[in-house]
Design a binder for this molecule. Structure first.
Ligand code: ZN
Length: 44
């Protein structure tokens, strides 16, 4: 899921699956939907 991260330079949105930080919530959610870090076992 996407978590909100408050920093001195503003609010960021972090993908909990892979730790990616994005400055746009929509973009973060879109990334999360296609993030393949959530369930890596099926690739193996
Ligand atoms: Zn991710």
């Amino acid at each position: 899921m996407v978590t909100q991260v408050k920093r001195d330079d503003g609010i960021w949105f972090q993908c909990e699956n892979c730790g990616l930080l994005l400055d746009d919530e929509m973009e973060a959610k879109r990334h999360e939907e296609s993030c393949d870090a959530e369930d890596p076992t099926y690739l193996q």
